[in-house]
Design a protein around this ligand. Structure first.
Ligand code: F6R
Ligand code: MG
Ligand code: MG
Length: 370
């Protein structure tokens, strides 16, 4: 029997502004998912938040794109939106871009990272959730984890990892995907995923030579871009991802090491600025300064027959203090650039923000140069 691990997330109201999720919304999610576990639809779940994003971490046996599970998530977000409206929370229902559920939550606003796989004897699994950034923010750490031997020692010294992995990369502008193998195609892969606003890693698979089934993902990332659904900037595409670890896969510490740089990502303040991604504990995922800086949290579980252990808050660790302090230095440095690129995103990436409206106002004053 295979298990499906699904993270479905949405911003359905901030407390205050775009900072955090109100506990009443999490209470609604806990109540809805408890009922679903009782009814047998879910095997297990955990509700959390990363900044202003409500995160539903769920396990079940219905496979990816399950109508029942997606509809449960949609109904949960709708109920939480009602509460957000009642409390006067900010941007109530922000990420729910469609009025009625039509069988699959994809393309409706919420972000989805899900994968179905055969559980190993012991299955360590990490849910990563980000706020104030975009799906491409996962490219750097996922590459480091599964393809960079300076990050993942196992790629060199564990014969089970030595052959490398297969990356599924999506072109989110042209709606195409490609599978690329590392280490053989590493340079080509980097040529794509370095352009993280367009090419995003969707899944990682073991190779055919692996002991693990080569058609079952070992990592999956949400790739929803809200502006592509709504046609304009309506909020952030704050992504989530899931990574399995150990026994022929990167060790848990190699997985977390991928986040030790505090690498630069876009999506900070008004979805329009670059800044460092700061790994923090769940309680510290409150996007305050300049609506940020962008955050990532990590919850680690052991999974058995679809049941989850209590999570461990993995970035709640002084070993990440240096990364956080460095991210703060970088934050100050970037902030001092104010409205100048590369703190502000390049014009092409600003297309779906409010900037074109400002440009339009100025447009009539331009005259041809000689
Ligand atoms: C939203 C976000 C924020 C907002 C900003 C302006 O996820 O990250 O930076 O873009 O606070 O919000 P509005 O236009 O709602 O006042
Ligand atoms: Mg928000
Ligand atoms: Mg958010």
């Amino acid at each position: 029997m295979k298990t499906t691990f699904s993270i479905i997330k949405a911003d359905v109201g901030g407390w205050p502004g775009h900072v955090y999720v109100h506990p009443d919304l999490k209470e609604i999610a806990n109540k809805k998912l408890t009922e679903a576990r009782k009814s047998g639809l879910l095997k297990d779940f955990h509700v959390t938040n990363c900044g202003d994003d409500l995160e539903l971490i769920m396990t079940h046996t219905n496979g990816e794109d399950s109508k029942e599970v997606h509809s449960l998530a949609w109904d949960t977000f709708c109920e939480a939106t009602e509460k957000a409206k009642e409390l006067g929370l900010y941007g109530a229902g922000q990420d729910l871009l469609k009025d009625a559920f039509s069988g699959n939550i994809k393309g409706m606003g919420p972000g989805i990272a899900e994968m179905e796989f055969t559980e190993r004897k012991a299955e360590p699994i990490v849910a990563f959730m980000m706020d104030k950034t975009e799906p491409g923010a996962f490219n750097f750490p996922i590459f480091k984890i599964f393809a960079d031997p300076f990050n993942t020692a196992g790629l060199i010294i564990d014969p089970n990892l030595h052959d490398g992995f297969v990356f599924e990369v999506w072109d989110i502008q042209e709606h195409k995907h490609v599978f690329m193998e590392t280490p053989e195609e590493m340079y080509g892969l980097l040529a794509l995923i370095g352009a993280k606003s367009r090419f995003v890693i969707k899944r990682v698979f073991p190779k055919k030579s692996s002991k693990l089934p080569s058609d079952e993902p070992v990592s999956a990332i949400s790739t929803e871009k809200l502006y592509q659904i709504a046609g304009e900037y309506v909020g952030k595409d704050d992504p989530a991802g899931v990574v399995r670890a150990q026994s022929g896969l990167p060790a848990l510490g190699e997985v977390l090491e991928g986040f030790s740089l505090g690498h630069l990502v876009s999506g900070w303040m008004r979805g329009s600025h670059n800044g460092p991604l700061m790994p923090v504990s769940v309680g510290q995922a409150k996007c305050t300064r300049f609506d940020g800086p962008p955050r990532v949290i990590a919850l680690g579980f052991q999974l058995k027959n679809g049941k989850l252990t209590e999570p461990v808050d993995l970035f709640d660790d002084p070993a990440f203090d240096r990364t956080r302090v460095e991210a703060q230095h970088i934050m100050d440095y970037m902030r001092r650039h104010g409205p100048f690129e590369p703190h502000r995103l390049p014009m092409a990436d600003m297309e779906y923000t409010t900037l074109p409206k400002v440009m339009k106002k100025l447009g009539s004053r331009f005259e041809k140069t000689k």
